[in-house]
Design a binder for this molecule. Structure first.
Ligand code: ADP
Length: 620
């Protein structure tokens, strides 16, 4: 006898929305049904541990899907726990899930917004009504005798009938609507591609039954691949890890390294994270583009490129995180503010940094290759987070005055090489290696045997704003005017002497160059070059100034200090001229111009510089 019942009000509202609102991603109904079936199989397996009679020894726990393109009927069947009459009424007539309740509470009545919301929430079993004009759920609970069938057209009511069923479990029959975007789900290839997309790694076998050309029934398993990340790391061979990398990265090539973890405790999740050996296409420039982790919930695929799982500065990483603790219908909105997700992101970040550190320690050459490809992205981490600065500092690599062409140095090695008299870590910022290598700013350090790090990436100057010290050693830009080394008594005497001798010349130069420099003074650190420009501490670097102006931000020009080398022949010549009361002519302009050129800066007025230089060349 058929018993008719009314849906709970909330279910009615939900179904109404589901049926009448256009929903762009209808295919997810199959993901929901397969995942319910997999849950039912898990439940039965669990209960059968205590009561083996529930599970006949030879029965394979499985999911069977069939699609009939003639009748437009789709079935999804499992031999899991099943439902009795009360279960059917309770589970498929009311709404118990908090996610769905939240969803209903956020409904506004504004159709456009609400459609959007459905997309974000996803709504389990009821999503079948997006494509079905009628749904039958025929079920028998394991351990019970009587089977029941639940039937509904998704309107106000459903009916329950007693209907014998031999096997345990549930068979869901979907009568597809006659609309194009619904009836197509009776096509074999559609079902295959949807199952492969979402349910590839579901543990239980999923079979598809279809009719071949001769109308003979064939059965094929759709999900052969094991969820590698859920297996114990001990049982997995290197080859399998590499094959899986191809699957998740779509890039091919070999991974540089990977990290595979299973975390249990307050939360349970699995992560399998890869660092590629080559920078993924477009990584360097498109900073907001894809970030490579896939999110799975209970082995079911939820989304690609889940940016909530990885900071932007690790966007080269690839892999999978599979959690037990999020709902299947988790939305972007939930991801953004969810504590579980924050924890997963922290885990992923830490694991990737640890893995990189392992490579840096044990495989120096490989790490150098990684650094060339992806180091600049990693450096963004310095101004985008505060949490992992120590880990990041240990991963930094630099070219320096002491590295060979293919080599890099880390900060640890730098410190180990420091002569005892050296107190700080020195660096120089510039546009290219060739520009910094020839810079007069290096001369003093070189003569002391102090190593200087070369910073030539666009992000470097930003990075240095958060990188103040390493192991209690401060960083010092050699282009700053406050660079001072310990001096001997004789050196101090000599300096005093030349300061006195050059006092008048410095004054005259400053008068002539007053538009461009804030001060002209005798240098205590130049060895080979006649002069250089230094910055007052706190002033913006030349490189940074250039970056700002490239972005259209005109900054008031900060004047720098021109230091001249009292031991250089050119300066001595000038001193003689000035003492003899001669006009300094174009010399000051040439000095200033060459100081700009030597540090890799652009001349503000190249034509004026050339004519000044020509006048100097012609003068006797
Ligand atoms: P959820 O699966 O998120 O709980 P659903 O609306 O998809 O929400 O399903 C509601 C309930 O119906 C499930 O929690 C489960 O108890 C029951 N159910 C659904 N499908 C099956 C099935 N194939 N076998 C057994 N129980 C099921």
């Amino acid at each position: 006898m058929s018993e008719k019942m009314e849906f709970q009000t909330e279910v009615r509202e939900l179904l109404n929305l589901m049926i009448h609102s256009l929903y762009s991603n209808k295919e997810i109904f199959l993901r929901e049904l397969v995942s319910n079936a997999a849950d039912a199989l898990d439940k039965l397996r669990f209960l059968s541990i205590a009561d083996p009679s529930l599970l006949p020894g030879d029965a394979e726990l499985r999911i069977d899907i069939s699609a009939n393109d003639e009748t437009k009927i789709l079935t999804v069947e499992d031999n899991g726990i099943g439902m009795n009459k009360d279960d059917l009424i309770q589970n498929l007539g009311t709404i118990a899930r908090s996610g769905t309740k939240n969803f209903l509470q956020s409904i506004t009545g504004d159709a456009k917004r609400d459609v959007n919301l459905i997309g974000q929430f996803g709504v389990g079993f009821y999503s079948a009504f997006m494509v079905a004009s009628k749904v039958e759920v025929h079920s028998k609970k394991a351990g019970e005798e009587q089977g029941f069938q639940w039937t509904s057209e998704g309107t106000g009511e459903f009916s329950i009938d007693e209907l014998p069923k031999e096997k345990n479990g549930t068979k869901i029959t979907i009568y597809l609507k006659d609309e194009d975007d619904c009836k197509n789900f009776s096509q074999d290839w559609q079902i295959r591609s949807i199952v492969r997309k979402y349910s590839e790694f579901v543990t239980h076998p999923i079979y598809i039954r279809s009719l071949d050309k001769d109308k003979k029934e064939t059965i094929e398993r759709l999900n052969e691949k094991p969820a590698l990340w859920r297996q114990s790391a001990k049982s997995i061979e290197e080859k399998q890890y590499k094959e899986f990398y191809e699957l998740v990265s779509h890039e091919g090539g070999e991974p540089l390294a990977w990290s595979h973890t299973h975390v249990e405790g307050a939360q349970e999740f699995w992560s399998l994270l890869y660092i590629p050996s080559k920078a993924p296409f477009g990584m360097r420039y498109a900073s907001e583009q894809s970030r490579g982790l896939k999110l799975y919930v209970k082995r079911v695929f939820i989304m690609d490129d889940c940016k909530e799982l990885l900071p932007n500065w690790l966007r080269f990483a690839r892999g999978v995180i599979d959690t037990e603790d999020l709902p299947l219908n988790v939305s972007r909105e939930i991801l953004q503010s969810n504590k579980i997700v924050v924890n997963l992101k922290k885990h992923a970040t830490k694991k990737i940094l640890d893995t990189l550190q392992g490579v840096a320690n044990d495989r120096k050459e490989d790490y150098a290759k990684f650094w060339v490809e992806m180091g600049a992205v990693l450096k963004e981490g310095f101004y985008m987070n505060w949490e992992f600065l120590d880990e990041l500092k240990n991963l930094l690599r630099f070219k320096s005055t002491k590295t060979s062409e293919k080599e890099f140095t880390g900060l640890e090695e730098y410190i180990a090489r420091m002569p005892e008299s050296q107190k700080e870590i020195y660096y120089i910022v510039g546009e290219s290696l060739s520009a910094v290598q020839g810079s007069p700013h290096l001369e003093a350090c070189k003569s002391k045997g102090y190593e200087v790090l070369f910073l030539t990436d666009t992000v470097d100057e930003f990075m240095m704003q958060s990188l103040h010290e390493f192991k209690d050693k401060k960083f010092h830009d050699v282009a700053l005017g406050d660079l001072e080394f310990e001096k001997t008594k004789e050196e101090e005497e000599a300096e005093k002497e030349s300061k006195k001798n050059y006092e008048k010349l410095c004054e005259s130069l400053q008068k002539i160059l007053g538009e461009d420099v804030s001060e002209v003074r005798v240098s205590s650190r130049l060895k080979d070059s006649p002069c250089m420009l230094v910055r007052a501490a706190g002033a913006m670097g030349a490189h940074m100034e250039k970056l700002m102006s490239l972005q259209g931000m005109e900054m008031p020009k900060t004047k720098r200090i021109l230091e001249i080398n009292p031991e250089h022949e050119i300066c001595k010549n000038l001193l003689a001229k000035s003492e003899a009361g001669e006009d300094l002519g174009s010399y000051p302009a040439v000095l200033y111009g060459q100081a700009l050129l030597a540090e890799g800066s652009v001349l503000p007025d190249p034509a004026a510089f050339v004519s000044a230089m020509n006048r100097v060349l012609l003068s006797k």
